[in-house]
Design a protein around this ligand. Structure first.
Ligand code: SF4
Ligand code: SF3
Length: 553
């Protein structure tokens, strides 16, 4: 085996990618990502010890958040980034040790009481880093349940890191969440923690996942206003355009500012679609509409776009040579050979002049489709229509809500979600968020008394909004348990942000969540059983069987 990665839904053979990632990640990048995690665990452990001695360093949380985020599926394929992040983690860790030594604290790395080797791991060249892979790999954890539980925590932390980075970009932060991330990552190298401890840590990860998503929600809505019901154009204009994808709204804001008056239009792709729902972005006359669909269709859609494409985060599919020169990345996204837009300096902005200059020399986008889609049903918008919705449920016009949030992916089995949405009875409403929506958001499923049958709250992180909506309904119906409401969860997952969303929902008390199209490869049979027995987690079956089950028929 030359690599091992089991973090996403498309893990080869449902167990893990061992030669090359289905996502396109090669052995070197995959192994360097494992070694970076190893270095970050060591750093987190030492940072914990330093914290006990009253020493804190802002660089620690930056390194943890950025490093974890960069290892998310489809975020970064550039080995140089991981090499430099490993060096940085080691260097911050060694500085902390020096500060500790000045206070008379020496961590036992050898002999009796020896701590985990990741706190004393050194490597400066790529070869040295790769030679640490066997100890850094998830395969080095022998007990399958401990490996599964540590995986759940680590993948949850990756999703949390992504949401924290977006919030921090908008000036919102939470010391509590940062301290938890450090503690949880350090706990994944503590061999004294058994399956019971780790199960508790998994649930605690969900708690902080809720906090991180609430923080990001506050950051987004206080900066850009509350999302509102919006009709988004799917067609194109005749001007050259820039296509922006990923999840970072601050990047979009600065791109829109800098493209004003240049004659260059801006379109969204994938997870950037919900940006159209925010009042602030509606004010930009060149913010035209959404182009294409979910991330996995990008190879054809980016080709047809004709102009520059800007990836602010995952999901990036390795670009074809024919359009690679038009792909730009920023933040934690990266691909070797694609131009990376540098981070903003303190108080400054990112510089998009290279994208704008290239756009001006490109033809306008080729039309893929025409028409519109409607979205923008985040919690504040749903609050406004809550009385109508409650009445519709009481008078039987709405029988059941289906939360179908999460991710899309390229696996054939995901047709299930389109067929499921089509087959749902007409007195049901789909609550969605994340790129999972592209499986059914163009189906024209109609409305119930003016309430669209697909209510899109936004990006995957806006699944938080869906949880708030469910809790609001609980209040409106005076229910004592959210699981007594006519709401079913049929969630699709792909990458690690969906892991933190799932853990957050479990923490909030939602049960009987169906997760598909397949259960995570990183769950051991015992850990899967705990999720089934305690939370009613289930997979998916056939569309007809599942609808019968959900409708209680
Ligand atoms: Fe395989 Fe998914 Fe890991 Fe990529 S991220 S290597 S597809 S498990
Ligand atoms: Fe999609 Fe990658 Fe997860 Fe944000 S863009 S939901 S898969």
């Amino acid at each position: 085996m030359s690599m091992f990665c089991h973090q996403c839904q498309e893990a080869a053979k449902g167990t893990g990618c061992t030669v090359k990632g289905v996502c396109g990640k090669d052995e070197t990048v995959s192994n360097l990502q494992d070694v970076l995690l190893y270095a970050l665990k060591g750093l987190a452990f030492v940072a914990q010890e330093a914290r006990k001695a009253g020493i804190t360093d802002r660089q620690v949380s930056e390194a943890l958040i950025e490093g974890l985020f960069a290892t998310i599926t489809n975020a970064n394929f550039d080995k140089a980034v991981f090499i430099s992040r490993i060096r940085e983690a080691i260097s911050i860790r060694e500085e902390l040790k020096k500060h500790l030594a000045l206070k008379g604290v020496f961590l036992p790395v050898q002999g009796k009481g020896r701590l985990h080797p990741s706190i004393d791991f050194h490597a400066s060249t790529e070869e040295e880093m790769l030679s640490a892979w066997t100890v850094a790999s998830f395969l080095a954890i022998e007990d399958p349940d401990v490996r599964a539980l540590r995986s759940l925590v680590i993948f949850g932390l990756k999703g949390m890191a992504a949401y924290m980075e977006h919030a921090i970009n908008l000036g919102k932060n939470s010391e509590d969440v940062l301290v938890f991330m450090e503690r949880a990552l350090a706990a994944t190298i503590d061999d004294t923690l058994d399956a019971n401890h780790l199960t508790a840590l998994v649930l605690e990860t969900g708690k902080y996942g809720v906090d991180a998503m609430a923080l990001l929600d506050a950051a987004n809505t206080s900066t850009y206003g509350n999302p509102e019901p919006t009709t988004v154009q799917l067609g194109v204009r005749n001007n050259p355009g820039i296509l922006i994808s990923g999840h970072d709204l601050k990047d979009l804001e600065e791109l829109l500012e800098q493209t004003q008056g240049t004659g260059v239009d801006v379109y969204t792709h994938g997870e950037m679609l919900p940006a159209h729902y925010y009042p602030t972005f509606k004010k930009f006359p060149n913010f035209v509409g959404n182009y294409g669909s979910a991330w996995w269709k990008q190879v054809e859609e980016f080709e047809a776009f004709n102009g520059p494409i800007f990836l602010t985060t995952n999901c990036l599919v390795p670009p074809k040579e024919s359009y690679k020169h038009r792909v730009f990345t920023t933040g934690e996204a990266g691909y070797p050979g694609c131009v990376h837009i540098a981070d903003r300096k303190e108080g400054g902005k990112k510089d998009f002049s290279a994208l704008i200059a290239l756009a001006k020399n490109c033809p306008a986008p080729t039309s893929l489709e025409t028409g519109t889609i409607v979205g923008g049903f985040a919690h504040a918008a749903v609050d406004k229509v809550a009385p109508v919705v409650v009445d519709a449920v009481k008078n039987g016009a709405i029988k059941r809500f289906f939360v179908m949030a999460g991710c899309d992916g390229r696996q054939k089995g995901r047709d299930y979600y389109t067929e499921f949405a089509k087959a749902l009875p007409e007195d049901t409403v789909i609550l969605t968020a994340g790129c999972a929506k592209y499986r059914y958001n163009k189906l024209n499923l109609g409305d119930i008394g003016g309430i669209p049958r697909v209510l899109d709250a936004g990006q995957c992180n806006d699944s938080y909004s869906l949880a708030l909506t469910a809790l609001k309904l609980k209040e409106a119906f005076g229910a004592s348990d959210v699981n007594d409401l006519p709401i079913s969860f049929n969630i699709a997952w792909y990458e690690q942000k969906a892991v933190i969303v799932l853990l957050a929902l479990l923490y909030l008390g939602f049960k009987n969540i169906h997760l598909g199209p397949t259960l995570p490869a990183f769950l051991s049979p015992n850990v899967a059983k705990v999720l089934v027995d305690n939370f009613g987690i289930a997979g998916i079956g056939t569309v007809q069987e599942d609808i019968k089950l959900f409708m209680g028929a």
